[in-house]
Design a binder for this molecule. Structure first.
Ligand code: AMP
Ligand code: ZN
Length: 397
């Protein structure tokens, strides 16, 4: 599976982390059910424009200015490396399984992106205008099938992030939905057969997913904002180049809102995992809180509800460290069956979580069987409940 990854121009926020928790949930389920998982999370460290409509400044360049760094590829690479390390640290703190996960960086895959653009140009899908090369969406008749199909499930009047990005008007484009494959830039960028510049943002996901997973693969995930533009563009480029179906299944997580509002720098409501820890909460409390919301529902983050999840997590730790003894018995077949049914039903984690609390309270299950069943649930929940020594340490904090 391929999970659209972070743009490493800043620390990721709890909204971004939701999409990697969804990916981790899937990975855990597949591993538990005996599948082999090959997972790719890409790292956008070049050329992702502030606006998804191919206009405005690149986010990485903007970050270089913010940090008073030279506007140069080397400095951009270094800045990306710094935020990539911070991102990986967040994943580990959230107990996200990164074993064997590949994190390809866009800046390491310029030749692959150029080769893919070259194929598209040769096949007549691309054209050149004054600021770059563009993909001609009219030549790809099923363009935006993905978003149209899924769009019907979204209510009228949904916020812009759910409908997909607004496309900037550019009079030179043949169709306004056409998107950049390569953007010219005389000062900064890489050499290409068409001139110096940057690959368009979408092309990195096509090039890197196909490099590591093949022309056709099973799953692709990302936040709901990617449904309207980025993912249809990925499909168009990839399928136009290969004449094959690109991906079997697409999953999109809904957004995290903070106190009812979209997370945005201008509102000053960007919460990072570090902010969560600085307020004295466990990163896994965030994970537990999120399990209580279905991935296709918006989740409204408040510090009060996080405090509730932190308390609930403490309750679970106390139960396992102090109340249920040390023996691990057998898993309870009835609970496992209901749990698996909930998970199989489009990842109904709120229901699966409710089962956990039923189990905790159930007087008919012995302590040792309760332990075993909780540990089984936690293979999917990923709350680190099996590590008794770590739990008792955490309880002292
Ligand atoms: P970005 O760094 O902007 O490329 O985003 C990385 C991932 O986070 C993408 O899958 C986005 O769709 C997702 N994402 C961004 N903002 C939010 C949010 N507020 N809630 C949930 N997912 C988000
Ligand atoms: Zn992507």
């Amino acid at each position: 599976m391929y999970n659209c990854g972070p743009t490493v121009y800043d620390f990721v926020h709890i909204g971004n982390l939701r999409s990697f928790l969804l990916a981790d949930l899937l990975k855990r389920i597949f591993l538990e059910r005996g599948f082999k998982v090959k997972q790719v999370i890409n790292v956008t460290d070049i050329g992702h424009l502030v606006s998804e409509g191919d206009a405005g400044e690149d986010k990485m360049t903007k970050a270089l200015r913010r940090e008073n760094k030279p506007i140069a590829l080397e400095a951009m690479r270094e800045l990306g490396g710094f935020y990539l390390s911070a991102f990986k640290k967040d994943l580990i703190e959230l107990n996200i399984n990164t074993k064997d996960t590949i994190f390809p960086r866009a800046s390491d895959h310029i030749p692959e992106q150029i080769a893919l653009i070259q194929t598209l140009m040769e096949k007549g899908y691309g054209y050149k205008i004054s600021d770059g090369l563009y993909f001609d969406t009219a030549k790809f008749p099923t363009y935006s099938d993905l978003s149209n199909k899924k769009q019907q499930q979204l209510e009228v009047g949904a916020p812009a992030y759910r409908r997909g990005a607004r496309v900037e008007k550019n009079p030179e484009k043949v169709n306004q939905a056409d998107f950049a494959l390569w953007k010219f830039n005389n000062e900064l960028g890489w050499q290409s057969p068409w001139g110096k510049g940057f690959p368009g943002w979408h092309i990195e996901c096509s090039a890197m997913s196909m490099k590591y997973l093949g022309k056709h693969f099973d799953l692709h995930t990302g936040g709901i904002d990617l449904l309207g533009t980025h993912h249809p563009n990925e499909i168009a480029q990839s399928e136009a180049a290969t004449n094959r179906k690109f991906v079997n299944y697409w999953l999109h997580n809904e957004f995290i809102l903070v106190e009812g509002r979209k997370i945005s720098k201008s509102l000053g409501n960007t919460i990072t995992l570090k902010n969560v820890v600085d307020r004295g909460f466990s990163p896994l409390a965030y994970r537990l809180w999120l399990l209580g919301v279905h991935y296709r529902s918006p989740a409204n983050f408040t510090w009060e509800t996080l405090a509730g999840a932190d308390k609930a997590l403490f309750r679970l730790k106390k139960l396992l460290v102090e109340e249920l003894g040390v023996k691990v018995g057998k898993v309870d077949a009835d609970y496992i069956e209901k749990f698996s049914a909930a998970i199989s039903n489009d990842l109904d984690t709120p229901k699966a979580l409710a089962l956990l609390w039923d189990l905790v309270k159930d007087k008919n299950i012995t302590n040792e069987n309760k332990r075993a069943t909780i540990f089984y649930f936690d293979k999917i929940f990923g709350l680190g409940l099996e590590n008794r020594a770590a739990l008792s340490e955490e309880m002292k904090m």
